[in-house]
Design a protein around this ligand. Structure first.
Ligand code: SF4
Length: 454
């Protein structure tokens, strides 16, 4: 299972162990058996707990249960939560909800919404609405750019305002929180990723329009990587009042294919269906954002900030490859003076070098688009693998398809403007800040032996 996550996560701590055991540093409470006086608790190698009574009798205790949240808040393992994760964030779980919906009373049925990062949509029985995360990425891009400008203005008084590091990749975020904690967090943009912006829109705006409480909507996202399952499971995206997540289930594009195979359906035999518009009706022509398959953050922030901060129009961006194609930089110069210095750093090797430079105070950049996967999101670990194609050919094919779509300009999208104006209380409002931004948590490494509590 660990091999399916991005390389960055695999390199940190995914391959530890598979069930709560002595090594787990999360304090868990296991109730002792009543009526007997326990002499001691014995822990077996498989993680089972036994209460050994005064008379020598050994009684098996309930297995300790930890949740994915527990694991995400810990610097130890993640694999111990994978059984939980697989149950909560799998195509099996999605099918279970669809099946339950068929037999549930109407007032208990869930409205099933799927948000896709895919550029295709096929009708799935039981799914009521399908949205495209390109729409929510508009908000992520706009907010990231505004955040960058704010940070740029305060760089003289705030040493950690710059460089601003991208926040859309949960593999990178998880690695940063666990490995570099409070040192790196102030540099990370607080803007939510497109998946989580969509979560807020679906469980917030869309639920209001449908006059449903958020927990009556089952929101599934289809994503290119397993790391997105971890992101959806973060406590920051859990609605305490309604006990529901902004994104209930994440399935990868590869899992969608598996689901279809299970149903005996071939993708090539299906007719595409139009995507829905969050504000009603069908969505228009498929579109994407320019600047590569990882969201186009660098390109959007660079062009808009060049204009806003220096009054310079940038038509096209010239990327300068450095040590490898996953490390490239872009500069804006005037009369020999460097005004903006941006970079993209994909994959563990480049991320590690970037962090080391930052630690030595030698990072020259104002902004870095950081992504955990080499070649970015189009190469995510959850993507469909085509038979008979090398991964390089496959990636080139996906890149070509992606680039063939219409380029979307976030600030020109009428629906985005309308939501800012009527639902978020205006551009730059407190509500927009609360709905579209998040926070991160440093995870300090602790000595496991000192943390087992009974
Ligand atoms: Fe997922 Fe993209 Fe990050 Fe890879 S780079 S882990 S695909 S968000």
């Amino acid at each position: 299972m660990a091999a399916r996550f991005s390389g960055v996560l695999q390199l940190t701590d995914l391959d530890d162990f598979i069930a709560p055991s002595q090594e787990c540093i999360k304090p868990v409470k296991v109730d002792k058996k009543p009526g007997k006086s326990a002499a001691k608790i014995r822990i077996e190698a498989d993680g089972s707990y036994f209460q050994v009574n005064q008379d020598g009798e050994a009684q098996k205790l309930e297995k300790a249960k930890i949740t994915l949240n527990d694991c995400l808040a810990c610097s130890g393992c993640i694999t111990s939560a994978e059984s939980v994760l697989v149950r909560q964030q799998s195509h099996e779980e999605f099918c279970k909800v669809l099946a339950l919906n068929k037999v549930a009373d109407p007032h208990e049925q869930k409205l099933v919404v799927v948000s896709c990062v895919l550029k295709f949509c096929y009708p799935v029985p039981g799914v009521h609405y399908v949205f495209d995360t390109t729409f929510s990425r508009n908000f992520s891009l706009l907010e990231s750019q505004q955040e960058f400008v704010r940070r740029f203005h305060r760089q003289a008084n705030d040493k950690k305002a710059l460089p601003m590091l991208a926040s859309a990749c949960p593999g990178w975020i998880c690695y940063a929180e666990k490995t570099h904690g409070s040192f790196i967090i102030p540099h990370i943009s607080t803007t939510k990723s497109p998946q989580q912006v969509m979560g807020s829109l679906v469980k917030g705006y869309f639920a209001e329009q449908k006059q449903l409480p958020p927990d009556r909507i089952y929101h599934v996202t289809v994503m290119p990587c397993y790391d997105k399952k971890l992101e959806a499971s973060r406590p920051d995206f859990f609605n305490q009042e309604y006990q529901t997540r902004d994104v209930d289930c994440v399935i990868t594009t590869g899992e969608v294919l598996k689901l279809l195979e299970q149903e005996g359906v071939s993708l090539s035999d299906m007719d595409p269906a139009p995507l829905d518009n969050l504000l009603g009706g069908a969505a228009g022509e498929l579109s994407t954002h320019p600047g590569g398959g990882s969201g186009g953050y660098l390109e959007h922030i660079f062009k808009r900030s060049a204009l806003e901060l220096f009054g310079i129009h940038v038509d096209s961006i010239h990327y300068k490859p450095l040590k490898n194609k996953d490390l490239q930089e872009v500069t804006l110069e005037r009369d020999g003076e460097v005004l903006l210095h941006f970079a993209l750093a994909y994959g563990f090797r480049n991320i590690q070098n970037l962090v080391q430079k930052l630690k030595r105070g030698k990072c020259p950049y104002h902004y870095v688009e950081v992504m955990a996967c080499p070649s970015g999101c189009l190469n995510g670990g959850g993507q469909i693998k085509l038979e008979g194609e090398s991964s390089k050919e496959e990636l080139q094919q996906v890149e070509r398809l992606y680039e063939s779509l219409r380029a979307e300009i976030p600030e020109e999208n009428q629906a985005v403007r309308e939501l800012y104006q009527h639902w978020l209380g205006g551009w730059g409002s407190e509500r927009a800040q609360a709905v579209l931004h998040t926070q991160y948590h440093a995870v300090e490494r602790t000595n496991s032996a000192l943390n087992i509590k009974w």
